[in-house]
Design a protein around this ligand. Structure first.
Ligand SMILES: [Zn+2]
Length: 101
């Protein structure tokens, strides 16, 4: 049994040997296909490489500036070493971001 009904007698239609048959009218029936609704294009998801590199770069630069200001006022060698370590990490990422562009 198919999801379609005969237009004349409203009986459910059957498929028989590749043809659509109305068992009540005893004849072949052609089913009018409903036009498929237009599928709205899904919003494009930005690819991972389309990350806002400019933004990332500016954030990294800002962090570097903050670290530089800390470094300027810092007196303890341990804290200075820590700041330098963080700066090194930031610079590594920044360099990678710049290579990526
Ligand atoms: Zn029929």
């Amino acid at each position: 049994m198919l999801a379609h009904h005969c237009k004349e007698c409203r009986s459910p239609l059957f498929e028989y040997q590749g043809e659509i048959i109305c068992p009540s009218c005893r004849k072949k029936v052609t089913i009018e296909e409903k036009p498929k609704p237009e599928v709205a294009p899904s919003p494009k998801i930005p690819a991972p490489e389309k990350v806002d590199l400019e933004l990332l770069e500016s954030v990294l630069s800002e962090k570097l500036r903050e670290l530089a200001n800390q470094l300027k006022i810092e007196r303890e060698s341990e804290a200075i070493a820590e700041i330098l370590k963080n700066m090194d990490l930031l610079l590594q990422v920044l360099r990678r971001v710049q290579e990526f562009k």
